[in-house]
Design a protein around this ligand. Structure first.
Ligand code: NDP
Length: 249
C-alpha cells in the first residue's frame, strides 16, 4: 500500500486506460477521484470496480477544457479531501481527418481537451502540491505525438505538446519535489481503438515488434510506477509503453 493516505485525481478515469489507472492507483492504496464528462454510468462502474478490490474513490464530473469548472471542482476536492497528491492528465479525444479536410473546430476541440486540459488541471492542483512539497503529475501522451499519423494532425500536435509541457513544468516544479512525467502509450485496446477495422488492426500489429496491441493495464502499471515514491528521482521524462513500436526519444 505504497500510496496509502494519498489522494489521486485521474481525468477521464471512467473508461479505458483511465479506468485501469484508477484501479491500479486504488490497489496501491490511494483514494481515487474518477473524473468524467459525459457518461456518469461508466464512472459509477469504475467506482464499483475500485470498491470491489477494496479501494476507495469518488466520481467527479467536469470538462477538463472548461477553466472555470476545472478550478471549482478541483478546489472542492482539495477542500473535502485535504489534498491532491497525484494528478493523472489522461482525458483525451480524437477527431480524425486528413488535414486538407479538417475543420477548425476539430483542431480546437482536440487541442482543448488533450493539451489545454492538462494545463488547466495541473495549474489547479499545483499550489496545494507546492505547499506540501510533494506531488506527482503524469500526462498521458501517445506514440502519435512522436512518430505522427496521417489523419491526426490535431491529435499528434496535442500529444507532442504534452511532452513539451511536461519538460517545462518539470523544471518549474522540481525544486518543490513535484515530478512531472509523461506516459506515451502505443496502440491500446480501448473504446478509442475499438472502431478500427480488422485490416487496420492487422496493419498496426505489423508495425509493432511485440506483434500485439497493448492493454490498459500495461499503461496503468507505468503510471503506478511514476506515481509512487519509487520514481522519486525521475522527472521530465516520457515513458514509452508501445511494444517496441517507437524506440527513439
Ligand atoms: P477512451 O475514449 O476509452 O476514454 C476517454 C476518457 O476521457 C473517458 O473517461 C471520457 O469520459 C474522458 N473524457 C473525454 N473528454 C473529456 C473531457 N473534456 N473532460 C473530462 N473527461 C473527458 O480513451 P482511452 O482510454 O483510449 O484513452 C485515454 C488516454 O490515452 C487519452 O488521452 C488517449 O489520447 C491516450 N491514448 C490512447 C491510446 C489507445 O490506443 N487507446 C493510445 C495512446 C494514447 P466520458 O466517457 O464521460 O466522455
Amino acid at each position: 500500500m505504497i500510496l496509502e493516505k494519498m489522494i489521486a485525481l485521474v481525468t477521464g478515469g471512467s473508461r479505458g486506460i483511465g479506468r485501469a489507472i484508477c484501479l491500479k492507483l486504488a490497489a496501491m492504496g490511494a483514494t481515487v477521484g474518477i473524473n468524467y464528462v459525459a457518461n456518469p454510468a461508466a464512472a459509477e462502474e469504475t467506482l464499483r470496480q475500485v470498491e470491489a478490490v477494496g479501494g476507495k474513490g469518488f466520481t467527479v464530473r467536469f470538462d477538463v477544457a472548461d477553466a472555470q469548472a476545472v478550478q471549482e471542482q478541483i478546489k472542492e476536492i482539495i477542500a473535502t479531501h485535504g489534498q491532491i497528491d497525484i494528478l493523472v492528465n489522461n482525458a483525451g479525444i480524437t477527431r480524425d481527418g486528413l488535414m486538407a479536410r479538417m475543420k477548425e473546430d476539430d483542431w480546437d476541440s482536440v487541442l482543448d481537451t488533450n493539451l489545454k486540459g492538462a494545463f488547466l488541471c495541473s495549474k489547479a492542483v499545483m499550489r496545494a502540491m507546492m505547499k506540501k512539497r510533494w506531488g506527482r503529475i503524469i500526462n498521458v501522451s501517445s506514440v502519435v505525438g512522436f512518430v505522427g499519423n496521417s489523419g491526426q494532425v490535431n491529435y499528434g500536435a496535442a500529444k507532442a505538446g504534452l511532452a513539451g509541457l511536461t519538460k517545462s513544468m518539470a523544471r518549474e516544479l522540481a525544486g518543490r519535489n513535484i515530478t512531472v512525467n509523461c506516459v506515451a502509450p502505443g496502440y491500446i485496446v480501448t473504446d478509442m481503438t475499438d472502431g478500427l477495422t480488422e485490416d487496420v488492426q492487422e496493419a498496426l500489429k505489423a508495425q509493432i515488434p511485440m506483434g500485439t496491441l497493448g492493454t490498459p493495464e500495461d499503461v496503468a502499471a507505468s503510471v503506478g510506477f511514476l506515481a509512487s515514491p519509487d520514481s522519486n528521482y525521475i522527472t521530465g521524462q516520457t515513458l514509452h509503453v508501445n511494444g517496441g513500436m517507437y524506440m527513439g526519444h
